[in-house]
Design a protein around this ligand. Structure first.
Ligand code: 0O3
Ligand code: SF4
Length: 326
């Protein structure tokens, strides 16, 4: 046996667990919106698109009677439809109204904030460069607020093809769930091209996205492997794997469930980092920790880089009726 093999065998197995991780305030509110709508109105409750991008959440709500549809024209006239946390364009509101649907809007208030910015700068006739992933629901919703003023910039390599009408009246906005570092690189290139580029009035990449990336960055250099719990269509979850590997983790994988972990990923691995995307219920992280414990990774050390206390009120239609004091 070589000295290196001996050394590897004797290295202790441990887990670094990122904090914060998992549900953000917007996801918590959106999932509860569907649950409360089911409690109040009974099944079926229609939901346009996945309420959040998580397979387990969608499957669980489906079992309870939620019916997920691609578009509002699949919802029977007059029925209840919930709009997902990622937001919708005004056109979706119009088509729902035309079919007399009863809408409950679970758009995260921080996504709505970006919609308001888009409307305001379009009103002032700016060219708006929306940094985000082409085809993502949030980007479709935001760009639908002012399609004639907004162009999508899908990362640093898309900057070359951007053209504007007036270089002194340009602003960038962004999707809420992007990589902070990659977005800053996109902005740097945009500013090289348009030196008078304006910044958004406040961060569009939300607190939860930023906090989860900061926690992963803190643990990545110590990790032989980082496991991110999240679904493949969850932008913020996918970004966490990229951030981990770019910041020193030797390997990184995204899994919906512990059963998707390949035992070969653990070969020679001493430290495993674990985190989860903003749309991921904690029970799924627990499953991964149990799986790792069964393979000798019993020690769990928390890597805490922020405390989160933000919560959002439910949509108006689901808040308890006020009782009069008279
Ligand atoms: O936007 P993303 O694909 O990351 O969506 P998720 O996974 O559902 O997470 C919640 C984020 C969201 C609703 C928009 O910010
Ligand atoms: Fe809202 Fe941020 Fe959560 Fe998206 S990730 S739902 S913007 S809090």
């Amino acid at each position: 046996m070589t000295p290196r093999t001996l050394e590897t065998m004797s290295e202790p197995k441990r887990v670094l667990l990122a904090e914060p991780r998992g549900y953000c305030a917007g996801v918590d509110r959106a999932v509860e919106t569907v649950e409360r709508a089911l409690d109040k109105h009974g099944a079926p409750v229609y939901v346009r698109k996945e309420i959040v991008h998580n397979r387990h959440v969608v499957d669980t709500l489906t079992e309870r009677g939620a019916v997920f549809v691609g578009e509002t024209d699949e919802v029977p006239e007059g029925a209840i439809v919930v709009f997902s946390a990622h937001g919708v364009s005004p056109e979706v509101h119009r088509t729902a109204a035309a079919r007399s649907l009863k809408t409950i809007d679970a758009t995260c208030p921080l996504v709505t904030k970006v919609h308001q910015e888009a409307k305001r700068f379009a009103r002032d006739d700016y060219d708006i460069l929306l940094i985000g992933h082409e085809g993502h629901e949030e980007v479709e919703g935001t760009s639908g607020e002012a399609p004639e003023h907004i162009q999508i910039v899908d990362g640093p390599d898309s900057v070359d093809k951007v053209t504007v009408r007036d270089e002194s009246k340009v602003i960038w906005l962004s999707q809420t769930t992007l990589s902070v570092d990659e977005t800053m690189e996109t902005v740097r290139r945009l500013r090289e091209k348009f030196p008078l580029l304006n910044d958004p009035p406040s961060d569009d990449i939300c607190y939860a996205t930023q906090n989860r990336q900061v926690a992963v960055k803190a643990m990545a250099p110590q990790c032989d492997l980082v496991i991110v719990v999240g679904s493949k269509n969850s932008s913020n979850s996918v970004r966490l794997v990229e951030v981990a590997v770019q910041n020193g983790a030797k390997d990184g994988h995204l899994v919906d469930y512990a059963r998707e972990i390949d035992d070969s990923w653990l070969d020679g691995v001493s430290t495993v980092g674990v985190t989860s995307g903003a749309s991921v219920p904690e029970v799924l992280v627990r499953g991964v920790l149990d799986y790792l414990a069964e393979r000798g990774y019993n020690t769990v050390e928390k890597v805490n880089t922020a405390e989160e206390t933000l919560t959002f009120a439910l949509p108006r239609e689901l808040r308890p009726a006020r009782t009069s004091s008279k």
